[in-house]
Write a protein of this length. Sequence first.
Length: 192
Amino acid sequence: MAELNTAQLNEIRSKVLGAAGKVPGALIGLGILFIILGMIGVAGQVLFSLISVNVLGIFLFAGGVLQGIHAFKSAGWKSVSVQLIFAVLYIAAAIYVWAFPIPALEAITLWLAAIFFITGFLRLIAAFQHRHFAEWFWLALSAAISILMGVLIMNNFPSSSLWLPGLLIAIELLLQGWSLLFLGFAARSLTK
């Protein structure tokens, strides 16, 4: 395989980064902002959990309103009444989330634990189906870690519902922030 020269590498990088490569400062700034928000989230996990459940309420309410508007504008459609029921359910769920944020966080935490259990179990099945490959161990390890995460969440339930959603959002912000920061640095290297 032929070695690529610097010009060819820069051309590949610019094609991969696209328009984002033209504004490296924006990527770097957004990355720093996400990192700061992630660090605040790690420090204040309960606050982040409560903010996230309120944002969920906003999305549910907006979805209910939009569903209702759509239903009223769809006169003659046989599913108008079903759409109105969905709209009412979305709005009711939003009001419930705002009125009772702790039970809503508990439900979210149970859902997260279930996701860890199910994905871990399915990965474990896939690992045993692929055990003739040398790398099957890593799939099995990933499955075991997911199942362990589900066990740890349930072991600390319901107290984990106060901090876990906020911590997971904070970790996601940190990971996204570092990714954007390094993409910005890569884009900046192209402009030099």
